[in-house]
Design a binder for this molecule. Structure first.
Ligand SMILES: *Cc1c(COP(=O)(O)O)cnc(C)c1O
Length: 493
């Protein structure tokens, strides 16, 4: 299958590329993104025949439908990385919480957030493609939390790839920072920037658009690539767990094959939600995808009003920081899918030039056929964490925002699957605030982990505990003006 462009073709780039081209160079004409030429179909027979497949087998079966230009053995080896998850026979457990409420736990990978679902196989595939073509790539990543650890873990010691990961010093949780600065791998460099996440991201962006940086890099024979959440190599793996949740519900006789379900997704950059939309389009009977945001409610506004407007907004810091986003990149793929490349480009140009766009009435109705939008402020989020901890189920703050959506639709009695995007251990201080009646205390991560473990009579996973004793490997903290120099120093090592 080939991949085409969301904003049409500029006459310079190829108007169709293969999967491996799209993941090596994810930027399409006019700043657009690559999307599959068509979506394969999953029908009732496909589901019936998949009831007894393992997660890995199902993944390969769905990848086969996309006819990717990647050696099938490479795909198999990439999928084998799910063996690193807590339970290799069930890397993505679906837990029944209430009569009609299920949680699809996407966080059982090495860095305890759902980013591993895609980045684990993606890193392997990208490295293999680079090796086959005898190319060397540099991946630059700026992170406020979960992407950094998952990217580093994915590419650690992979051939033909180097990674530089930039984080705001003091702007991540202790656990997130430790996951990065203790990460082993000679091809990895982690750099703290004095400043906040915006500073880190801005310094990376200015580097990426700098001609002298590109020229200097070309001299080293290294090309730039990107592993951010708009890369289709990540999206494709985010379709599968939505399909797998449906198949499990059928197998467990919670639903009949063909019944409608709801899926609720905590959304920031809209990658996870887009995966659910693609699963629905391919044939999984999802009545609506419930988009759940925090107080940065740009997505729920879009779905409820048809207006995407960042003019009067500034970013609000919340206890669900992975969703503290105003420009939600993957929405573009939805706009393309619904309205075509011409209209998509028009809307994206409006956003870039005027800070907003507005859908027509018909367009909005079209979006609302598939989505409902919700948002949850921090005190509501803590309330839900506390409510469910009393029912003996621990949720991280991102996951908990979905309960508001669930509360709204549960009278329909339809089975509902909530995507859990992180383990509670990654956001322990907020969870501790929620369940301990000590809302104002500013806990350190380790205090909160121990506190929660006592209150809930649960264990802190080894992978988190060992971080606090691990050797710090990366201790470079610099001013952003020195970033370019620091990167070349690393590349020359
Ligand atoms: C990245 C992330 C999200 C948001 O996912 P998108 O695909 O960007 O919408 C939600 N929760 C957690 C914990 C994350 O790390």
């Amino acid at each position: 299958m080939n991949f085409i462009e969301t904003r049409g073709n500029d006459g310079k780039k190829a108007d169709k590329v293969t999967f491996s081209q799209a993941i090596k160079n994810p930027s399409a004409s006019f700043g657009g993104l690559y999307v599959p030429e068509y979506l394969p179909k999953i029908d009732k027979i496909f589901i019936d025949k998949s009831l007894d497949l393992s997660y890995k087998e199902l993944t390969l079966k769905i990848l086969d439908l996309f006819e990717l230009d990647v050696d099938r053995n490479v795909l198999k080896e990439a999928i084998d990385l799910y063996d690193k998850f807590d339970d290799k026979n069930d890397p993505v457990p679906l837990k029944k919480i209430e009569d009609i409420l299920f949680v699809n736990e996407l966080y059982h990978g090495p860095t305890r957030a759902f980013k591993d679902m895609a980045l684990q196989p993606f890193g392997y595939i990208l490295s293999k493609i680079a090796q086959n073509e005898n190319e060397n790539y540099l991946i630059l990543a700026a992170t406020s939390g979960d992407t950094g650890p998952a990217t580093l873990e994915s590419f650690s010691n992979k051939d033909n790839i180097k990674v530089v990961c930039i984080y705001p010093e003091g702007g991540t949780s202790d656990v997130q920072k430790l996951q990065m600065v203790t990460q082993k791998g000679g091809n990895l460099k982690v750099i703290g920037i004095n400043g906040n996440f915006d500073d880190a991201q801005a310094s990376l962006k200015s580097l990426l658009s700098s001609k002298s940086f590109q020229d200097e890099l070309n001299k080293t024979g290294i090309k730039l690539s990107a592993a951010n959440s708009v890369n289709f190599g990540r999206i494709i793996f985010q379709i599968i767990y939505h399909v797998s949740a449906y198949i499990k519900l059928v197998k467990q006789k919670e639903i009949k094959n063909g019944d409608e379900i709801y899926i609720a997704v905590p959304s920031g950059n809209f990658g996870d939600a887009l995966g659910a939309y693609y699963a629905k389009k391919m044939g999984i009977n999802i009545r609506k995808i419930l988009i759940s945001a925090n107080s940065n409610n740009i997505l729920s506004d879009l779905i409820n009003t048809g207006i995407y407007d960042i003019r009067q907004r500034s970013l609000i810091k919340t206890i669900s920081p992975a969703m503290d986003i105003l420009i939600s990149s993957n929405v573009e793929r939805l706009l393309y899918d619904k309205f075509g490349s011409k209209r998509c480009k028009e809307l994206m140009d409006d956003l870039k030039n005027n800070g907003f766009y507005e859908l027509s009435k018909n367009e909005l109705a079209n979006i609302q056929k598939d989505f409902r939008g919700y948002y949850c402020n921090d005190s509501e989020t803590k309330h839900y964490i506390s409510e469910y901890s009393a029912k003996n189920y621990l949720m991280d703050p991102h996951t908990a925002t979905c309960i508001k959506a669930y509360d709204d639709i549960k009278c329909s009695r339809r089975k509902t699957v909530i995507c859990s995007t992180a383990e509670w251990t990654k956001f322990a201080p907020a969870v501790m605030n929620a369940i301990s009646c000590q809302n104002r205390v500013k806990f350190k991560d380790i205090e909160a982990l121990e506190g929660i473990s006592k209150i809930m009579n649960t264990q802190i996973p080894q992978s988190i505990l060992k971080l606090f004793d691990a050797k710090i490997i990366h201790n470079t903290v610099i001013d952003k003006d020195n970033l370019e120099k620091e990167i070349f120093k690393f590349l020359e090592e």
